[in-house]
Design a protein around this ligand. Structure first.
Ligand SMILES: *Cc1c(COP(=O)(O)O)cnc(C)c1O
Length: 233
């Protein structure tokens, strides 16, 4: 059973999106993070023209995707278990949170069954918190160098994703974003063509997206500044 939060209406989603639109340049993609929000609330953002939404729980995503318009681009941004991969592969636009070869193999296998190619980002661990999932540069290089990865036909690695430490320390956040950007540059130089498909850097949330954009973000994942504060879940 999934229960959604509803807000009292003080947050004007359309105005929030317009205001974000003024601070985010058009070449940077805004993913509206709709986790915990009801389908009705998501429709308010949709009506205002928003099409890319981010979710972090498989069951919640499936419930919403089954009732909401089919031209929504769903981005998976949470920790993904291999046994749930087949549930999202048929419709997912991008998986931001690939953190192991094992997970990637499962995505490739399930995507192969339905002849889709899935856009994925490698999630990096850049924060000081222990709890955040992700790879480091050495692990990512190992993954991309592996014969198993090279044999995959249904995966398109489009870039990297990371979450900065939850802190007021702007210098620390900036350093973490710089570090992610640096890893992105190294991986691109080693494994991908300069003008190729490896071009996305998913970094920046409500509290730090401006910093992230200064450090080269191409996708910002913004929840509370679109929909209002949400209780932890
Ligand atoms: C919740 C979440 C966001 C959005 O967070 P806000 O602070 O509400 O903007 C972005 N990325 C990930 C991975 C998240 O889980």
């Amino acid at each position: 059973m999934i229960t959604f939060v509803t807000f009292s209406g003080i947050m004007n989603i359309r105005e929030n999106l317009e205001s974000l639109g003024r601070s985010i340049p058009p070449e940077i993609k805004l993913i509206a993070v709709s986790k915990t929000q009801s389908p009705e609330t998501i429709m308010k953002a949709y009506s205002a023209g928003q099409r890319a939404f981010g979710e972090n729980k498989v069951q919640e995503l499936i419930t919403k995707a089954s009732t909401l318009p089919s031209d929504i681009q769903w981005h998976f941004i949470g920790h993904l278990q291999t046994n749930k991969v087949r549930l999202i592969v048929p419709f997912i636009d991008m998986i931001h949170s690939v953190d192991s070869l094992k997970l990637l193999k499962e995505v490739d296998k399930e995507a192969g069954k339905i002849e889709r190619v899935i856009s994925c980002l490698l999630q990096f661990h850049i924060a000081t918190e222990e709890t955040k999932f992700g790879l480091d540069l050495t692990e990512a290089i190992q993954l991309l160098d592996s014969t198993e990865f090279k044999a995959m036909k249904h995966i398109r690695i489009r870039g990297l994703m990371g979450m900065a430490t939850f802190t007021d320390d702007q210098d620390l956040i900036r350093q973490e974003f710089k570090h992610l950007r640096d890893s992105f540059t190294k991986i691109k130089a080693r494994f991908f063509r300069p003008d190729g498909e490896f071009s996305e850097l998913s970094m920046g949330m409500s509290g730090d997206y401006e910093l992230a954009m200064q450090e080269g973000s191409t996708m910002v994942r913004i929840g509370s500044s679109v929909f209002g504060d949400r209780p932890e879940h």
